[in-house]
Design a binder for this molecule. Structure first.
Ligand code: ATR
Length: 285
């Protein structure tokens, strides 16, 4: 009789379109090597029209893969095509981590967890006594972050976005503690806030960031960014200039990868300085 363990493989993937610039293989490759696990993690480029077929082949076992990460533009489709999800992921409507379990495709979203773990790691106590948070941007990353901040007990979460309608839609979706604003309200809502996060692409190469009144935030405020190229973004530099504590976005990328690795390869990896340095060196190339 065949041993059922024979059907368990340790081959995982990251799927996206395009996928060339993904750093995920470097992260998982590092953990596989340091933990001595005989597994693999590869990039797979799948166009939107082919994604449902990819998922069907994954579920049937035809691809010989045990699960993987999902990135732009497939996160919403991955959520819809999965057989099982959890409540937090249902609220987001988007998944970034898939795994096969008992013949079913399970899906979750680890962005919020990665966001929180980065802050807990780099700035322990960052959310102690914090009441008001400013979230710049209203896209997919913003949703996961709003959810995470709400979970940590922030009383007021102000979403500020270029398109007011998207900010208002999130306020409506997430309930009374979440408020939506257009960019013109940014200076006003920043006053006295204890937390600020940029979830937009502002500050990435070719997308200059506006100057914001960071000096009006609470003196103990923490400022973070999900952009990690460059590591010290324009927003983080502005915040540092007025003496505020900052946390860069690289750790979110590293921490969001942990739950997937544990599912596919059976061991919990650590986010340490050697991994950070490996990715920083790669970003400089
Ligand atoms: P993601 O899923 O990565 O969050 P997204 O859903 O495309 O990406 O959302 C991108 C966010 O960055 C949005 O809040 C977007 O603002 P709009 O909703 O007005 O489009 C914001 N953004 C992108 N480029 C911007 C720019 N040049 N100025 C201001 N906001 C910008």
């Amino acid at each position: 009789m065949a041993d059922s363990r024979e059907t368990v493989n340790h081959h995982a993937f990251v799927v996206g379109f395009p996928i060339k610039h993904s750093r995920s293989p470097l992260i998982h490759g590092h953990w596989l090597k340091t933990l001595g696990i005989a597994g693999s993690y590869e990039k797979i480029e799948v166009a939107p029209e082919d994604f449902a077929g990819f998922v069907a082949n994954l579920k049937s076992g035809a691809l010989g893969l045990c699960g993987g990460n999902v990135t732009i533009p497939h996160k919403e489709s991955a959520f819809r095509l999965a057989d099982a999800t959890d409540a937090l992921t249902d609220e987001l409507g988007a998944a970034n981590t898939l795994w096969l379990e008992d013949g079913r495709l399970k899906a979750t979203n680890t962005d919020g967890l990665g966001f929180l773990a980065n802050l807990d790691d780099r700035r322990p106590g960052w959310d102690r006594d914090a009441k008001r948070a400013i979230v710049l941007g209203a896209g997919g990353a913003s949703r996961a972050i709003i959810q995470a901040l709400r979970e940590r007990g922030f009383q007021e979460i102000h979403v500020v976005n270029r398109s007011l309608d998207r900010a208002l839609e999130l306020a409506h979706r997430f309930g009374p503690r979440v408020h939506g604003h257009g960019m013109e309200a940014c200076a006003e809502v920043m006053q006295g806030a204890e937390f600020f996060v940029n979830t937009t692409s502002l500050g990435m190469a070719g997308s200059p960031a506006p100057t914001l009144p960071f000096r009006t935030l609470a003196p103990n405020a923490v400022v973070t960014d999900i952009v990690y190229v460059p590591l010290k973004t324009e927003f983080l530099a502005q915040a540092e200039w007025v003496g505020l504590a900052t946390v860069d976005g690289l750790g979110m990328l590293l921490h969001q990868a942990v739950p997937g690795f544990e599912k596919w390869f059976g061991q919990r990896p650590v986010v340490d300085q050697s991994l950070r340095e490996l990715i920083i060196a790669d970003l400089k190339e």
